[in-house]
Design a protein. Structure first.
Lengths: 289, 191
């Protein structure tokens, strides 16, 4: 063997140095739940593996400056066992089985960029930011929904690594997944929504577009009109219109489109039940179907 | 060789065990050390192979079973630093310096782990292929939670598929094993 095909850096700096040298040839290995399967099945061409298991300081959860800061190598199980926003906890609990949740990481899920990424959908609906770092340019921070551009495709540069996720605190949130089975089933459709302290709404839906989809048109409508019955119905209509689902062995495009609307309405109704938001008076919250 | 339909038949010659050993040795370019079932292990591996391959093919610990080899079935569940993970999803270099316990490491001296005893007592085994993975997942649960509810047992085992039993006797067996003393239930290697 003339070249090393497997790298095991001992620090973030070393990992970034290796990534900068390898560029697109180098693939980060975090929890391995997607990368190892992809390699075995031949679906993922990995020329060089950069194993992050021996890099300290990439995992951990802390509260700082109004945000929950989550290290990229934090596992689904660690998030599930920590006091995190409801949608995030629920999305982590639905990933795989325990064995997958002990391995899979939040940074790995973002890097994999699956439109069926449960945790990515929850994080987008929580208006999370992601921190990317490179040896050459240091760190940059951008909204998570701007990271994904297609299945497996992101704006993350060839020399960059996902280092942290920032989740704003104080948003009420909820998550709902439709799958064939409760455990170890990839979502058929799933969605998350949140309401901020000022009443601003965010909605994201998974498995209905090439990327985890944020429904900004519906958010704008709800921000302007509050969570009235009519506004919620219109938001659900927008969700159906703005998605572009495919049919596959898990379900049909028509069903996914219909569920995008149904889940939008269900999540918004549930969020309204907990605390009535803005325009609607308190007593009307009981009318929610 | 030509068969009745005139199609050339290929004779399949399997490599001898020695030849396989030689091939495996040639791929082993990565030096790995970790704790396995309470003992320090040092060996050379192919860095792209999985812990599942290393355990079965290099260390001959064949209690760990593989069915799907993509993290769906749980048959290859082992404990990594005390936590249940599917060995087919872990590359061997990732366990450097860490602690692995396989189903072979659960028995202490000549005594089976209480979960192993109760699987036998309750008849929680049919074809047996998923059993090692289920026992490891159940042992991991009971190491933390000595008196789990039925729901907690179901959740702990949700990543292990069994196609024979319908799970009823498996859940009975785990509940039966519950309540033993923590020292007996310890699986080791926790961080």
């Amino acid at each position: 063997m003339t070249d090393t095909l497997y790298y095991q850096p001992k620090s973030v700096d070393e990992a970034l140095q290796i990534k900068a040298e390898l560029g697109a040839e180098g693939t980060f290995l975090a929890g391995g739940t997607d990368v190892v399967v992809g390699i075995r099945k031949g679906k993922l061409k990995v020329a060089r593996t950069i194993d992050l298991s021996q890099v300290p300081g990439l995992d951990g959860i802390r509260r700082h400056d109004g945000f929950l800061e989550i290290g990229a190598m934090t596992t689904h199980k660690a998030l599930e066992q920590h006091d995190v926003p409801a949608a995030l906890a629920q999305s982590c609990e639905t990933v795989g089985g325990p064995q997958i949740r002990y391995l899979g990481t939040v940074g790995g899920q973002i890097g994999t960029a699956s439109p069926a990424g449960d945790v990515s959908v929850a994080l987008i609906a929580l208006k999370a930011d992601v921190e990317l770092r490179s040896a050459a340019r240091g760190t940059r921070r951008l909204p998570l929904d701007e990271v994904f551009v297609g299945p497996g495709k992101t704006v993350i540069a060839d020399d960059e690594m996902v280092t942290r996720v920032f989740v704003p605190l104080g948003r009420r949130s909820d998550f709902y997944k439709i799958g064939k089975r409760d455990a170890v089933a990839i979502s058929l459709v799933m969605a998350a929504a949140s309401v901020g302290p000022a009443g601003d709404v965010a909605i994201a839906i998974g498995c209905v577009a090439p990327v985890p989809l944020r429904i900004k048109r519906a958010e704008a409508l709800l921000d302007a009109r509050g969570l009235s019955d009519e506004a919620v119905d219109e938001a659900a209509t927008i969700a159906r219109e703005d998605c572009s689902p495919i049919s596959d062995h898990r379900g049909g495009a028509d069903y996914r489109r219909a569920m995008a609307g149904t889940l939008t309405k269900r999540l918004l109704s549930r969020l309204r039940e907990v605390t009535p938001v803005k325009a609607k008076p308190a007593e009307s919250s009981a009318e929610v179907a | 060789m030509t068969n009745a339909s005139g199609v050339e038949e290929q004779t399949l010659t399997l490599p001898s065990e020695q030849e396989v050993e030689k091939l495996r040795a040639a791929e082993a370019t990565w030096s790995l050390s970790f704790t396995l079932n309470g003992e320090s292990v040092e060996l050379m591996v192919d860095p792209t192979e999985t812990l599942y391959d290393t355990l079965r093919e290099r260390l001959r610990l064949i209690g760990t079973k593989g069915a799907c080899l993509e993290g769906e079935c749980g048959s290859c569940t082992v404990l990594l630093d005390g936590k249940p993970v599917t060995a087919c999803l872990v590359t061997s270099p990732q366990v450097q310096g860490r602690t692995v316990v396989t189903v072979e490491g659960l028995a202490k001296d000549d005594r089976l782990h209480p979960v192993q005893e109760s699987f036998i007592a309750c008849g929680a085994v049919q074809c047996g292929y998923c059993t090692p993975g289920l026992i490891v997942s159940a042992a991991a649960l009971l190491a933390h939670n000595s008196t789990p509810s039925v729901e907690e047992v179901r959740e702990a085992l949700e990543g292990n598929l069994c196609r024979c039993t319908g799970y009823t006797k498996i859940i009975d067996a785990v509940l039966e094993a519950a309540g033993d003393e923590p020292a007996v239930m310890s699986v080791g290697g926790e961080k």
